[in-house]
Design a protein around this ligand. Structure first.
Ligand SMILES: NC(=O)c1ccc[n+]([C@@H]2O[C@H](COP(=O)([O-])OP(=O)(O)OC[C@H]3O[C@@H](n4cnc5c(N)ncnc54)[C@H](OP(=O)(O)O)[C@@H]3O)[C@@H](O)[C@H]2O)c1
Length: 296
């Protein structure tokens, strides 16, 4: 067995195609993988819903690793646009799984805490049975199954509450930016305080994905920033230290109805990271503080 450093150098020389390269997570992956043989692919470069086109694009690149961040991420819109949700989050992922299997590439696919129903009330491990309660979660779970069933070399990484400097192109910003905008407009803010999550900075997630590839990990992994909070506590932390007064009101999910139901508790435990000698990224408040400094 080669020493770990030698193994990591070998992996670092790999050609990595990042799909969704200008998205929130994608743009941080592009930075984190800058010293690899990196091929960033934006939506204009690849349409993953088109199998033949996807096969041609990736066939020309011949990547060792494909990281797929593309998704239809607007959770509420997925309830009405069911077909689009399953096309982008499941059938397009099946396309990628077939293409990567044929090319012998490792497919790294990003999934979500919304595959769980939130009833467990303690952190979900990778071995817990998913039970999505909205269309988005169901479509993402189908995507996971396609990857696992079709592509022998794969890594499925579930995360939660992503925010990053690029802002989610699919959502038109991210939660932190929305809170800041509402505060600057002087609008009263209502945020649910009975949904518990682990907010995750996309740069930290990107670094963990690199660490997993360096360890030649495969299978399903949970990766989030450490700790937990409600969306209300997340909003309060995002707006802490602002000079002007901000009115943030905690509300229950029952009083803040949305088209898609959301799990009340979706903390992801990451036993498998620990088995590899890795740990979850830093506490969410530290990551958020860095994000707030960097954006300003
Ligand atoms: N956001 C969250 O809170 C969250 C939580 C847990 C997991 N995740 C997962 O994390 C991943 C990354 O999320 P994100 O917030 O970084 O998303 P994002 O900012 O919306 O980025 C998605 C990227 O994929 C591209 N894309 C969308 N549809 C495509 C298609 N059919 N073919 C090719 N490219 C396409 C988008 O391009 P255009 O914008 O130009 O279309 C965009 O560059 C997703 O799989 C998401 O489900 C997100």
């Amino acid at each position: 067995m080669k020493p770990r450093e030698a193994q990591e150098c070998e992996v670092r020389g790999s050609r990595v195609a990042v799909i969704g390269a200008n998205g929130q997570l994608g743009s941080d992956l592009v930075q984190v993988f800058a010293d690899w043989d990196l091929v960033p692919l934006m939506h204009a470069d690849i349409e993953i819903c088109d199998f033949v086109h996807t096969r041609d694009v990736l066939g020309r690149i011949k990547p060792d690793v494909v990281i797929n961040t593309a998704a239809f991420v607007r959770v509420d819109d997925c309830e009405d646009e069911v077909s689009k949700a399953f096309w982008v989050n499941a059938f397009a992922v099946r396309n990628l799984a077939h293409v990567c299997a044929d090319l012998g590439s490792t497919l790294v696919h990003i999934s979500t805490d919304y595959v769980f129903d939130g009833k467990k009330r303690e952190p979900y491990s990778e071995d817990d049975l998913p039970n999505p309660i909205n269309v988005f979660g169901a479509s993402k779970l189908a995507g996971e199954h396609f990857v696992q069933a079709i592509c022998p070399k794969h890594l499925v990484v579930r995360s939660s509450g992503l925010y990053g400097r690029a802002g989610s192109s699919g959502k038109g910003g991210n939660f932190v930016e929305t809170m800041i905008r509402l505060a600057e407009e002087g609008k009263p803010i209502r945020v649910v305080n009975d949904q518990v999550l682990a907010p995750t900075y996309t740069r930290d997630l990107a670094e963990s994905i690199r660490d997993l590839l360096n360890r030649e990990a495969s299978g399903l992994f949970h990766v989030t920033n450490s700790g937990r909070c409600s969306w209300y506590e997340f909003a309060v932390a995002a707006l802490a230290g602002r000079k002007q007064e901000v009115s943030i009101q905690p509300v229950t999910s029952a009083k803040y109805q949305t088209p898609a139901r959301r799990p009340l508790f979706s903390i992801l435990a990451s036993a498998r990271l620990q088995q590899l000698g890795l740990s979850n990224p830093r506490p969410w408040k530290e990551a958020l503080a860095d994000y707030l400094t960097e954006r300003s």
